[in-house]
Design a protein around this ligand. Structure first.
Ligand code: NDP
Length: 328
């Protein structure tokens, strides 16, 4: 049966202009796969790293890891999904920017009633990331004060709300007063506008000189040293992204001189490596969404053919919250 779909592919690494809208044939699902007719696709910063070549994958290839839709066909040995199920994923093989595609079923979970397709596509990758950052990498119990960079971003606005739900005081950073206000509306305890204020000094003031036990840093290169300076002795630096470029050339001695610090560089993949682990993290995320502790903040919507414009806006810090591509 013919199943031709529109999808975004790249043949070389580069700027947004390398994204091309092409027509692809979706074959029947193989053993262990499902075909998903997609309804919405999530944009993530990692998509830019794969486009530019910061993260490499054999070319040509598609882009994207996060989407939602309806199961259209089921391969052999798939037990937890059937045709017609409303589903989402946030950690698939690369290639989510497509109208339909085959995905390994163990990467796919059902969307609970009451969660719309665009909401699911906006929170699967980003929300599962906050789940592991807050509940696994450093298990927040409530009562802590933490620092979280890019608090008005896609991952950031989920983090603000999740922290509040846990009784954690999240100090965010943002580049403009508008972004700072948005992060506060989403539950951040305080937000430092780093274009006007010194982050380390403000963190010291806000914590009565104590500083914080954990910093979550998805900005990378530009904030590395600032983040270390915001940590209390034996604190944990969670460096989970490179929006400003990768952290390179680190002398481990810096961890000693700044107070016996710990550093980790985690990825979502490690934390949702099996269906059981992903389902359990997704259950926790969807439960907070169901209780309205996390409201899905979609700041921008683009058609799939404007994927390049969407990536440009994300890289230029012009977006807030999540960005989704919506499909008919
Ligand atoms: P965001 O929506 O947070 O966008 C990135 C934000 O980073 C910008 O809006 C901007 O906020 C801030 N920023 C600071 N410096 C720069 C710069 N030089 N260029 C661009 N942006 C900058 O993106 P996502 O929510 O998609 O992802 C956030 C981070 O989390 C990314 O680094 C991403 O790779 C990482 N990530 C890591 C995962 C993992 O498992 N390791 C999983 C998911 C995401 P402002 O204007 O306020 O400074």
């Amino acid at each position: 049966m013919e199943n031709q779909v529109k999808a975004i592919r790249i043949e070389k690494n580069g700027g947004p202009e390398v994204l091309k809208l092409v027509t692809l044939q979706v074959p029947p699902p193989e053993k262990g796969e499902v075909t998903i007719r997609q309804k919405a696709i999530g944009l993530n910063y990692i998509d830019i790293y794969f486009r530019t070549g910061l993260y490499s994958h054999p070319l040509p290839h598609g882009l994207g890891f996060e989407a939602s839709g309806v199961v259209e066909a089921v391969g052999q040995d798939v037990r937890h999904l059937k045709v017609g199920d409303r589903v989402a994923y946030g950690q698939s093989p690369i290639g989510a920017y497509a109208e339909a595609r085959n995905v390994p079923a163990d990467r796919v979970v059902k969307i609970p009633k009451g969660v719309a397709f665009d909401e699911a596509a906006a929170i699967m990758l980003k929300g599962l990331t906050v789940q592991y950052l807050f509940r696994q990498t450093y298990r927040l119990q409530g009562g802590e004060t933490i620092l979280f960079h890019a608090a008005a971003g896609g991952v950031g606005l989920i983090a603000c709300q999740w922290a509040k739900a846990l009784g954690v005081k999240l100090i965010g950073t943002a580049s403009t007063p508008e972004k700072a206000a948005l992060a506060k509306q989403h539950g951040a305890w305080e937000v430092i506008d780093y274009s006007r204020e010194d982050v380390v000094e403000r963190v010291k003031e806000l914590t009565n000189g104590k500083k914080v036990p954990v910093v979550y840093d998805g900005v990378g290169k530009d904030t590395w040293l600032t983040s270390l300076d915001c940590l209390e002795p034996r604190g944990l630096m969670v460096s989970f992204g490179n929006a400003s470029g990768s952290v390179e050339g680190v002398n481990l001695g810096v961890l000693a001189s700044k107070g016996s610090l710990f550093v980790t560089r985690p990825t979502l993949g490690t934390h949702v490596a099996t269906l059981e682990k992903m389902q359990s993290a997704a259950d926790e995320l969807f439960s907070l969404v169901g209780k309205k502790k996390i409201k899905v903040a979609i700041g921008q919507r683009f058609p799939l053919e404007a994927a390049g414009d969407a990536q440009e806006a994300l890289a230029a810090r012009k977006t807030t919250g999540a960005t989704v591509f919506t499909l008919d």
